[in-house]
Design a protein around this ligand. Structure first.
Ligand code: OAD
Length: 252
């Protein structure tokens, strides 16, 4: 069967080709094709718990083992997963665009494993723990159950941002500056339901950048963005690289 050609607006290709600065915001949809469950999809549930009920300081205080078990489970999936063509396409873009910033809400570390270098993990990383009392932090590998701090003995917690918590101020500031100052901003695989990450796209629009959304389904950003391409990030992002750089320039 012939492959369906992905429709990409000619302006998006031209903007990408000429962009001196590109910022990209990714969400769980970019890791979906690596086999990682998204948060709000039907596969996002874990033992009948919604992520929103587990990723909170209150859930951790009430039942630290439950929360740690969820993160150990997620880390296990991540360990056995590999970066997919969407991650790899972003590595290719970074090689070709002088000022490149990848802002991710994903805590799976797959962008770095793929080879991306300028990555702002604004929601943290689930392969690290930090002490809930002292400044200690530690990488995580095969741990099980509640992780305790070697320095002070207190409970450690996953080094991720939970609902109701603030993001790292310096990191967020950098993300806003890069988004607002970019010639082009690609938003891939995020529902745009979580702030402040969702507002980065609007900072890019206000800054005059060309905002291109890539998602399986329409989101609140669709209609606000300059263009939306509906489909899999693992198909569309590599196609952008092919059409702009490696396979010659063609318009849709
Ligand atoms: P969501 O689960 O809310 O949204 C995933 C998005 O990816 C949806 O819009 C899907 O349509 C889209 N999608 C799924 N598969 C795709 C694919 N193969 N290609 C393209 N798009 C696809 O995940 P996020 O938006 O990342 O925060 O969620 C944001 C934050 O909410 C997460 O970082 C996490 C969560 O609670 C914290 O834990 C702080």
């Amino acid at each position: 069967m012939p492959e369906t050609r992905i429709e990409i607006p000619a302006e998006a290709l031209e903007r990408l080709k000429t962009a001196g600065s590109l910022a990209v915001l990714t969400g769980a949809g970019v890791s979906a094709e690596s086999g990682l469950p998204t948060f709000r999809g039907k596969d996002g549930l874990w033992k009948n718990h919604r992520p929103e009920q587990l990723a909170t300081p209150q859930a951790f205080s009430a039942d630290p083992k439950l929360v740690w078990d969820w993160y150990h489970w997620r880390r296990g999936i991540v360990r056995n997963a590999s970066p997919n063509p969407a991650h790899l396409a972003l590595v290719e873009m970074e090689k070709r665009i002088e000022n490149f910033t990848l802002i991710t809400q994903n805590v799976d570390g797959l962008h770095r494993r793929a080879g991306s270098r300028e990555v702002l993990e604004i929601h943290g990383n689930l392969c690290e723990a930090r002490c809930s009392v002292c400044p200690a932090s530690a990488p995580l590998e095969e741990e099980e159950g509640i992780v305790t701090c070697e320095a002070c003995g207190a409970f450690m917690r996953p080094a991720v941002v939970w609902f109701g918590e603030s993001l790292d101020t310096a990191l967020l500031e950098k993300a806003y500056v890069r988004a607002g100052g970019s010639d082009m901003f690609i938003v891939a695989g995020t529902s745009g339901m979580v702030q402040p990450a969702a507002s980065l796209s609007y900072a890019a629009l206000r800054g005059g950048g060309y905002v291109l959304e890539v998602n399986l389904d329409p989101t609140p950003l669709t209609g606000e963005a300059n263009a939306t391409i509906l489909g899999k990030a693992g198909d569309i992002l590599p196609e952008l690289v092919r059409r702009v750089w490696t396979g010659g320039m063609q318009s849709a």
